[in-house]
Ligand binder design. Structure first.
Ligand code: SF4
Length: 343
């Protein structure tokens, strides 16, 4: 039988030493009991620490987790292991539930580049020249920014959302690299990019990808569209995090390079253990803020509760619903941890 220690050691034997992993087992047991006592579910993003996957009821990317959060009916509490804007999204789509973010340091420097008032001001200014302008916000934004937008999008559906909107002029917020990716695929529209970028993806260079291609001929390169365009240009496929998991499972290839946050390389290696995943990844300090101890304390003390006030909540919800309307998304892309552990 594969133990937790065996599983984690495959990812990083230097970090996941037996001494470090041993206390995880007792904490995981206590968390499972607390989940039951609080009638809670745990939603975890693909970039979380690998030990968090052990207590997650659902893993996924931003889109999958938003959909799942909307569908939580029987549980009273949603523990969100991701970053602050994702927990806000869970509260927006399911306001009757208690939503807990286990560590308030789990913010996002990309989301922080835009605020409600700055987006409203920029959109008003641009509408003087382009009266048909619509605002599309990546889900990596705060609730007050989503409230200023006509539609939300994720990295997996950004192209579909922009293509489906009737407007020719789009203010795309906040990621300039994803905006460029959209512009490339929707050339008949003018995409005006916000000046933000994800510090994690932006620091990955073409050189690191090319070096790996030289080292492992035939390697499949999977790149997240938040990367710079000169890195995306080197990809076999530019995909969201869940898209990468699906691609690796379905592909005939055996060697992959996941160019994104390091947590996804861990998830890929756990999900598809018979293939090799090399890394040109960087660690997001925000995504790694939540520990198992934080999850336990969140459930013990019912902290930190996320609230989104009106009218931002209703307006942000409309922008999210518009995304679902435009894309016809379903929750089929969710990854169930049970499948991950068994495959
Ligand atoms: S990887 Fe980290 S900084 Fe980048 S968008 Fe995600 S949460 Fe924000």
């Amino acid at each position: 039988m594969t133990t937790l220690s065996d599983k984690l050691r495959v990812l990083d034997p230097d970090y996941y030493t037996p001494e470090r992993v041993k206390p995880f087992e007792a904490t995981i047991d206590r968390i499972q009991e607390l989940k039951h006592a609080r009638n809670a579910v745990v939603l975890a993003h693909n970039y979380q620490r690998a030990e968090i996957f052990e207590v997650a009821d659902y893993l996924g990317d931003s889109l999958g987790l938003s959909l799942k959060a909307a569908e939580v009916k029987d549980a009273d509490v949603i523990v969100f292991c991701g970053v602050h804007f994702m927990a806000e999204t869970a509260k927006i789509v399911n306001p009757d539930k208690i939503v807990l973010l286990p560590n308030l340091a789990a913010g996002c420097s990309l989301a922080d580049t835009a605020t409600g008032p700055t987006v409203a001001a920029r959109a008003a200014e641009l509408r003087k020249t382009y009266p048909d302008l619509q605002v599309v916000t990546y889900v990596n934004t705060t609730a007050e920014v989503k409230a200023q937008s006509d539609a939300c999008c994720t990295s997996s559906n950004a192209v579909t959302v922009v293509r489906a909107l009737e407007s020719k002029h789009i203010l795309f917020i906040p990621d300039q690299n994803l905006a460029r990716h959209v512009a490339l695929h929707v050339p008949d529209k003018t995409i005006i990019a916000w000046d933000g970028y994800c510090y994690v993806h932006h620091q990955i260079t073409p050189e690191s990808v090319l070096a790996m291609r030289r080292q492992i001929p035939g390697i499949k390169v999977l790149v997240h569209p938040e990367c710079r365009d000169d890195v995306v240009a080197l990809a076999d496929a530019a995909l969201s995090t869940s898209g990468m998991v699906d691609y690796a499972k379905a592909s005939d290839g055996t060697d992959f390079l996941a160019v994104t946050e390091c947590g996804l390389s861990d998830l890929l290696q756990i999900s598809v253990p018979d293939k090799h995943f090399y890394r040109a990844c960087k660690i997001c300090r925000f995504m790694k803020a939540i520990s198992l101890d934080d999850v336990e304390q969140a459930l013990l003390n019912m902290r930190f509760q996320i609230e989104v006030d009106e009218p931002d909540r209703s307006r942000a919800r409309m922008a999210l619903e518009r995304m679902f309307e435009l894309t016809g998304e379903t929750r089929d892309n969710l990854t169930l941890p049970g499948n991950v552990a068994n495959e």
